[in-house]
Each structure stands twice: as C-alpha cells, then as structure tokens.
Design a protein around this ligand. Structure first.
Ligand code: AMP
Ligand code: MN
Ligand code: MN
Length: 346
C-alpha cells in the first residue's frame, strides 16, 4: 500500500492526500475510528463528526477509546457508542486514527494482526506525527484535528449538519482553550464562524466543555496547587499516587492539570507530574509561545505540539521530575528566538 502524507492543510492541504483519504472512506463499509487515551474534545469531537459523515454515506462506523469519555465531552452526539476495546476479528475494513501522533497512542486498540491487512488512515495535527498510516492527513499547523476532518468532510461533498458542527466546535474550542492559544489564526476564527452558521452549539460547547469543572476535579486542583512550585520561569506541580488513591482518582483522569498550570503568569514552561498505578508518571508540558516543549516530550518517547506536549516516564515522581525539569531548563536557557532550531530535533 502506498504511503501518502500531507504536511500542511485545511486551505493548503494537498488535494491529492484529501482525495486518497476520501477514497478510503468511500471504499470502506465498516470503519473503526480510534480516539487517543485520556480523551479530549478534539479526539472525540473530530471522530464523532466524521462518524456522522460516514453514516450519511451509508457506512457502519464504530468508535473506540481505551479510556472512558469524560463528562465534559460525553454530551456530544454519538459519544455513548464508544467501546473500550475491539476484538481482532471485529469485521472492520478500515482503521482511522484520530488526533494522535503515533501508533502507541491508540492505547492498544490497534491490533498487530491488522497491519498490512486493513488500511490505516491517520488524521492529525501533532508536530511530532510520524506518519504511521497508509494515508496521513496531517497538518501540524492546524489548531485542532477538527480542521483536517472538516476539510475531508468537505472533500466528500457532505454538507455540515448542526450536530457535525457541534462536534467539530468541541475539537477546535478545547484544543485552543477557548480560542486563546497562539495558533488561533484568522482561519480558525473563520472556521468557528462557519461552524456556528452551520448550526453548531457554540455556547453549549463553551459551557459544557470549557466552563464546567466537576466538583471532584476542582478539589483535585486544590491538592495539586498546594504543591505548585515556581523556580525562575519554570512552574510545576506533582500528584503522588497515595493521594490519588486517597482521593479516588483513577489513572485515566489527569484532572486537566496541564491546562490549569499553563496559566501561571511568571512561567514560560509548566509541567505536571501524575504518578500512575503502573509505575509510570504521566507528564503534561505547556509553554508560552517561543518556547518549545514538543522536543522534550519526544525525547522521552511522548509527543505533542510546540506549546502542549506529554509523555509517560517510567519511575517515581523524583525520577520523572529530574528528567523532565532538566530538559525544560535546557529549553529555557535558549533564547526564545532560537526555539525553532530546538524544534529541528523533533
Ligand atoms: P496532555 O498534556 O496530556 O493534555 O497532552 C498535550 C498534548 O500532547 C496533546 O496534544 C496530546 O495528544 C499530546 N500527548 C500527550 N501525551 C502524549 C504521549 N504519551 N505521546 C504522544 N503525544 C502525547
Ligand atoms: Mn488530543
Ligand atoms: Mn488535537
């Protein structure tokens, strides 16, 4: 099977790659859409919008994510049909990986036996994407996977319904933290405007996915914020396993701590460390524009974007802090204008 990649898109997306992706969708009958672990509004909203388009095409799509869908996005139309695993002989004929940079991010849902037998379509926007699909609809400049998904739906000639628009809004509004990130370009704002015109529920998504924090999560923030530290332009917080257990926090819940810490005014780089039951520490990295955390996550076998990235480090909290904070200080030591050079390492 030929491997096709697009590196820029939405308006600039290679027509050829879009057509290859559209052809895969037209040929299939039972596609499986996979969302990444600890799912966010983009991986779920983008997959659900594409599912609605596939239903209109007369296909029978299914959806899988290894972790449960959090309340902040579970209201989206179709979210209730997600399953947490799929047998190897599920009778699917196309796999679609949504909003993930490498195969390990399917969380084990992708089965080795599918390799070379089922076509794999990757739709993503991570800077660290390694083009692991047969067709890779990847735009590292896109603010959310929702944009390439919308371009694909458009290439299929399927008109946007209100429900599709709401799902796509969930993707773009959560990944831009409510249109606040530096990649919120005029194109993104026009995209959002088109989604609202198509009947998307802008205020509903803002209220349910961005403005509502479950009580237990907010209490968890309290615990983490008690441990907030600032050293120069580096801020971080830890969440030890013992406290997670005492507080009833499951491993699939990261309390969205990364985005909370992204707001520490004095910091250029922010890191959160959540100790997991499997002997790893889940690390979330955030940075101000000009500082790049993608290469740090990638160096530790994770991935992400320049301003938001993550990884899992084997060891306890002190091991993870040592490894991550050392690299973060290395990035801080560079002048901001040199960060594009640092990114060449990804
Ligand atoms: P998080 O800190 O988990 O909110 O993730 C920030 C960004 O990094 C998101 O775009 C994630 O998809 C990505 N990311 C997080 N963890 C990993 C990982 N282990 N491998 C690759 N990408 C990741
Ligand atoms: Mn995501
Ligand atoms: Mn995304």
């Amino acid at each position: 099977m030929t491997t096709i990649s697009a590196t820029r898109m939405t308006s600039d997306l290679s027509t050829e790659t879009l057509q290859h992706a559209a052809a895969l969708l037209k040929q299939c009958r039972r596609p499986l859409l996979i969302s990444h672990p600890r799912p966010d509004g983009d991986t779920i909203g983008s997959a659900l919008a594409l599912r609605l388009a596939l239903l209109q095409m007369g296909k029978s799509p299914s959806l899988a994510c290894v972790h449960p869908i959090p309340a902040s996005i579970a209201y989206l139309p179709g979210a209730e049909i997600y399953v947490t695993d799929v047998p190897e002989d599920a009778g699917i004929d196309l796999v679609i990986a949504v909003d993930m940079s490498d195969l390990s991010r399917t969380g084990g849902i992708y089965k080795d036996g599918w390799r070379g037998k089922l076509p794999l379509l990757v739709i993503d926007h991570h800077a660290t994407n390694d083009a692991f699909g047969d067709v890779n609809l990847v735009d590292p400049d896109a603010a959310a996977t929702a944009l390439p998904v919308a371009a694909l739906i458009d290439a299929l000639g399927i008109p946007l319904t209100g429900d599709m628009a709401t799902c796509l809004l969930a993707g773009v509004l959560t990944d831009t933290r409510g249109l606040r990130t530096s990649n919120t370009t005029p194109e993104v704002l026009r995209f959002v405007s088109q989604l609202v015109e198509a009947g998307g529920d802008y205020s509903g998504v803002m209220e349910k996915s961005l403005d509502s924090v479950p009580y237990q999560q907010m209490r968890g923030w309290g615990i983490a914020l008690e441990r907030l530290q600032l050293d120069g332009e580096l801020a971080w917080a830890t969440f030890p396993l013992a406290e997670k257990i005492a507080f009833g926090i499951e491993d699939h819940d990261d309390l969205d701590l990364g985005n909370l810490l992204s707001r520490v005014a004095e910091a250029k780089i922010m890191a959160t460390f959540l100790e997991m039951r499997d002997g790893t520490v889940k690390v979330s990295l955030r940075s101000r524009p000009g500082y790049n955390v993608a290469w740090i996550a990638k160096a530790l076998e994770g991935g992400g974007h320049h301003q938001a990235a993550g990884c899992s480090v084997t060891g306890d909290l002190s091991v993870a802090q040592e490894r991550v904070l050392t690299l973060a200080r290395e990035e801080l030591a560079r002048h901001p204008c040199e960060s594009s050079e640092a990114f060449a390492r990804v």
